[in-house]
Ligand binder design. Structure first.
Ligand SMILES: [Zn+2]
Length: 221
């Protein structure tokens, strides 16, 4: 049983993604896994105004177990991801710059060190009709070793160990696509070499980058 708190958190995540311009009208969908249940946005819901009543509960086979509305048409995309990767949340958007990148590019090469938080070069899953198992299979493959991917001529998908992390990854991907678009407009973007990427990862581990640092208490070394 998905708790009311999870429903509220899912609604809040949708409101934030809509405020940031990533979810537009009814386009896109978000889910959170809670054990063997998945809370997912209802089809046709305006995501920027999503209410807890518009959160649908399904089991891992897609059977409706809570709520009276139909789940998003991309429910199998979400379930395929949960069936393959150990993640707790999935964010799918038609965010404008990510979607433009999915139309024009074959991948986003590694052009900024923050991109390594997404796992490296961002793949573009080949096109397939929305809502189909074929699309789900292609997106799952594009996500291997990654926290985000583009879906050709469609949009973006981001995953995370928590709902907040999946939201952050969706925002990071849209930022990255925006920066890369501008870099392409200015000239020929340079990419980070394998050595440069390895050095970033080593530095991040050494500094515990990306996690909140506790300031040393007085009297401690
Ligand atoms: Zn879509």
């Amino acid at each position: 049983m998905v708790t009311d708190l999870v429903r509220q958190q899912l609604a809040a995540a949708c409101h934030r993604l809509a405020a940031e311009g990533l979810l537009i009208g009814t386009a896109g969908n978000v889910s959170v896994r809670d054990g063997d249940r998945v809370a997912v946005t209802a089809t046709g819901a305006v995501l920027g105004e999503l209410t807890v009543d518009q959160v649908v509960e399904v089991d891992l086979d897609g059977n409706l177990v809570g709520g009276s509305l139909q789940p998003t048409s991309e429910v199998y995309l979400h379930l395929s991801i949960y069936g393959t990767y150990d993640v707790a949340a999935v964010v799918h958007t038609h965010a404008p710059v990510s979607t433009a990148a999915s139309i024009s590019l074959g991948e986003i090469p590694v052009v900024h060190y923050q991109q390594l938080l997404l796992g490296g070069a961002v793949r573009v899953a080949p096109y397939a009709t929305f809502g189909t198992p074929q699309l789900a299979t292609r997106v799952v493959a594009a996500l291997e070793g990654r926290a985000a991917a583009l879906m050709a001529n469609h949009g973006s998908v981001a995953i995370g160990a928590t709902l907040d992390k999946a939201v952050e990854n969706a925002l990071l991907l849209e930022w990255l696509c925006t920066v890369y678009r501008d870099a392409l407009a200015m000239g020929k973007p340079a990419t980070l070499s394998r050595k440069q990427q390895e050095d970033v990862i080593a530095a991040a581990i050494a500094r515990n980058y990306g996690t909140v640092q506790q300031a040393p208490q007085e009297g401690q070394a």
